[in-house]
Design a protein around this ligand. Structure first.
Ligand code: AMP
Length: 199
């Protein structure tokens, strides 16, 4: 049972690493951003409510986000653990997650911070904007998302550091190298890759 959280600014590579880690550790990657985007695409009630916040680069209100994640974590595939990507993003969301986990006699094992220089991140997002046409990758929106991260999410790093569950990973360089850094750091915390025979 492995419960992980990836935290870091937009463009640090959370989504990319989350998919790879989920595959290696046999746990679902849960991205609130992906869930919101799919709701926007399908024009659900949640998507309609979330869209204007997302397009502006603001956080979707905690009430909507907390309800969504509570439902998702209650699904059967999370019984073997999970990897959260992009949640929690505010102190209120930390409180909500703590309560949910405590209700299940659980807590986060490790919080992985992907550390990246803001200039590098802006450049990466500029590239992604031309490749994926994400409506919130416009440069002014990107700068706002970084600001929102700095104000609302960066303080969470200190919270998890205080709990002794934080590992800091340099997010620069090749994707494979970053994945390797993460798996090595997890191994040093006693979280090994599942046996090849069981994969
Ligand atoms: P991401 O894919 O993680 O960059 O998220 C894209 C957008 O979805 C964010 O800019 C927010 O508008 C929204 N979002 C994703 N996760 C959260 C969250 N935990 N709390 C509030 N808004 C979120």
């Amino acid at each position: 049972m492995t419960r992980l959280l990836l935290i870091g600014p937009p463009g640090a590579g959370k989504g990319t690493q989350a998919v790879r880690l989920a595959e290696s550790y046999l746990i679902p990657a849960i991205s609130t951003g992906d869930i919101f985007r799919s709701n926007v695409r399908n024009e659900t009630e949640l998507g309609t409510k979330a869209k204007s916040y997302m397009d502006a680069g603001d956080n979707v209100p905690d009430s909507l986000t907390n309800a969504l994640i509570r439902d998702r974590l209650a699904e059967a595939d999370c019984e073997s653990g999970f990897l959260l990507d992009g949640y929690p993003r505010t102190t209120d969301q930390v409180r909500e997650l703590d309560e949910f986990l405590a209700g299940h006699g659980a807590e986060l094992d490790v919080v992985i911070e992907l550390v990246a220089d803001p200039d590098v991140v802006v450049e990466r997002l500029r590239k992604r904007a031309s490749e994926q046409a994400r409506s919130d990758d416009d440069e002014s929106v990107v700068r706002h998302r970084l600001e929102v991260y700095r104000e609302q999410t960066a303080p969470l790093v200190g919270v998890y550091e205080g709990r002794g569950v934080l590992i800091k990973i340099d997010a620069l360089g090749e994707i494979d190298d970053v994945t390797l850094r993460i798996t090595e750091a997890l191994a040093s915390r006693g979280i090994a890759l599942p046996d090849a025979a069981t994969r």
